[in-house]
Design a protein around this ligand. Structure first.
Ligand code: GLA
Length: 417
């Protein structure tokens, strides 16, 4: 690690040359205009390096050695989701190649719940006539089935939560064939306090899930409260949200990914920071912004849960979600969560890879395109690939020049020959 020195010369597309940046070494030293939140993030990161997360209170379930990939109903459909829509989504996950690219979980978010029967068993509402049959259908497609509940009495949309029925609900989920549970805090604050209550609420369901004997990915959703990154794995979480809800805009997407920088030391195989589900293909951002969204999620080893209507994807959306190079960066077995350094309008994210290679993303936060020259020294024996061009880079005098569009990202992957 740490052998590469980068020097970036920034030149505006108009030909006007901006001052050279100082050479970057893994982005850890940099001069120019500091970006205070990120600088603060780095300080936390360094302080966090010696931190030992709380010891496991439930045994690790052995799942999500790489960040989970799949689809979730929430971002595109909200509460307007039903059995037939989920089935046709599952069909499309296969026909579009999403499943074969690694997107295997099909997750129903909030709004599937009905009443409890006389024995207290949670039943689905009329939109989901037979959850077991739906799970069987999803499994028959070579996909896995995810569901959603809350540690409180009610979910965020006011449907029934699992409070007081944790064991019963975990058993119900297992009997249906659930493979993934998102457990969303919502109104649980009425039942638990925020000091210790968060952990005990999540631990209770983790123990119930483990006791079923069925392996289920456990996704904690409490918006990053209480420093969840330090104890999420200890209470059985495979991933935990670090931020408030994403929406389909550049500002929301960038805020989510940048505000979780201090959580980087806590990511790794089996336990991931989750800056929320993808908005790619939902229409609120430009193609270049969606490429940045995908690049930054991959560099951050974030879960990749598509949040669009996969039955109706443009060629551009498919090109972004199905780009095998960017997926490989996300799924790299080292599980390293990149951190950025900011210099003026450029933000550079570095991610070491398991094969001793490195992925580097340079984001243009400017409102116009920028010409960038990346000088790559000490790269003998490395292949350099431009991920979004999907082609090998030919270096001229150890340098590669490219134009990064407004809000776009130059994503390079360097791998040993
Ligand atoms: C919260 C979560 C979202 C989604 C909704 C559903 O806002 O953060 O991801 O699950 O609840 O109501």
């Amino acid at each position: 690690m740490g052998q590469f020195a980068f020097a970036l010369a920034i030149q505006e597309a108009t030909g006007c040359t901006l001052p050279l940046m100082e050479p970057l070494k893994w982005g850890f030293s940099m001069q120019g205009k500091p970006f205070l939140p990120l600088v603060a993030g780095f300080m936390l990161l360094f302080m966090g390096c010696g931190y030992t997360p709380s010891p496991d209170k439930v045994p690790y379930n052995g799942l999500t050695k790489t960040p989970p990939m799949g689809w979730s109903s929430w971002n595109r459909f909200g509460t307007g989701i039903d059995d037939q829509t989920v089935r046709t989504i599952a069909d499309a996950m296969v026909s579009t190649g999403m499943r074969d690219a690694g997107y295997i979980y099909v997750n129903i978010d909030d709004s599937w719940q009905g009443a409890r029967d006389a024995q207290g068993n949670l039943m689905p509402n009329d939109k989901f006539p037979d959850m077991k049959a739906l799970a069987d259908y999803i499994h028959s497609k070579g996909l896995k089935f995810g569901i959603y509940s809350s540690p409180g009495k009610k979910t965020c949309e006011g449907y029934l939560g699992s409070y007081g029925h944790e064991t019963q609900d975990a058993n119900t989920f297992a009997s249906w064939g659930v493979d993934y549970l998102k457990y969303d805090w919502c109104y649980a604050g009425f039942e638990y306090n925020l000091f210790g209550g968060l952990q005990s609420a999540y631990l209770k369901m983790a123990s119930a899930l483990r006791a079923t004997g069925r392996p289920m990915v456990y996704s904690l959703c409490e918006y990053g409260r209480g420093g969840v990154q330090a104890w999420g794995a200890g209470v059985g979480g495979n991933l935990w949200r670090t931020t408030t809800d994403i929406n389909d805009s550049w500002d929301s997407m960038m805020t989510n990914i940048e505000s979780q920088v201090s959580t980087a030391p806590y990511a790794g195989p089996g336990h991931w920071n989750d800056p929320d589900m993808l908005e790619i293909g939902n229409g609120g951002m430009t193609e270049d912004e969606y490429r940045t969204h995908m690049s930054l999620w991959a560099l951050s080893a974030a879960p990749l849960l598509a949040g669009n209507d996969v039955r109706d994807m443009s060629a551009s959306t498919m090109g972004i979600l199905l780009n095998s190079d960017v997926i490989a960066i996300d799924q790299d077995p080292l599980g390293y969560q990149a951190s950025p350094v900011r210099n003026g309008v450029l933000e550079t994210w570095f991610k070491p890879l398991a094969d001793s290679g490195i992925a580097v993303g340079i984001v243009n936060r400017n409102s116009y395109p920028l010409r960038v020259t990346v000088n790559l020294h000490n790269l003998a024996g490395m292949n350099v690939r431009d991920v979004w061009k999907q082609s090998e880079v030919l270096l001229k005098n150890d340098a590669y020049s490219a134009t990064i569009p407004f809000h776009g990202t130059l994503l390079l992957k360097m791998s040993p020959n």
